[in-house]
Design a binder for this molecule. Sequence first.
Ligand SMILES: [Zn+2]
Length: 235
Amino acid sequence: MPKFSIRESKRAKRVSLNMSVRDGLVVVVPHGFDHRKIPNILKQKQSWIENARRRIKQQRNLIETKPAATPPEKIHLQAISKEYLVEYKPLITHWVEATENGNNIILVSGAISKHNLCKAVLQKWVRHKAKKHLLPWLKEISEETALPFSRSTVRNQRSRWGSCSKQKNISINQKLLFFPEHLVRYIFIHELCHTVHLNHSAAFWALVGQKEPNFKQYKKEIRTASQYIPVWSND
Ligand SMILES: [Zn+2]
């Protein structure tokens, strides 16, 4: 029997399995579910578990063997078709700052030998770009799909691309700027559909399909979408 933990969820209607680098195998069960039934379910899902375990192992290896990234020389924000050159200028200071000029050049100046400071300041720049470009874009798609939301915010999480709360507040990951446009659109539609269905039920997917007929293909692409994220933006 594989190692696992159990999470009871009031919202879950049936048993589902989750596997992540952080939590390992988690069996999500509806409230009051008979835990004695779990071993049988795990037996049925054995091949899924093995596959997921293999995937997690690869991810873990990647994380552990990846050297700290150096600050970038170029930044490609694929979602909005923009490319920037990053120039570094040393100054005798303790801080680092980034300024963008009109010609798609970002000037990072200050204590540039401190790579962590450079990466942090560039991540902040990405956040600023995300607020400027992603939030209005989300609003546009909300209007186009007639799926209103309450508030929207930008976050910088490692691998959660978006979320939607019961209050219909949507948060989106600033790193979506590195994705191809169609995947950003898909994430937006996905989160907007959560304003109607706060789960991944059949009704939810039916609504997603209504708004984005290609969603099955995009859903698959999202699984490997972290490939678009430059390492420096995660450090
Ligand atoms: Zn979802």
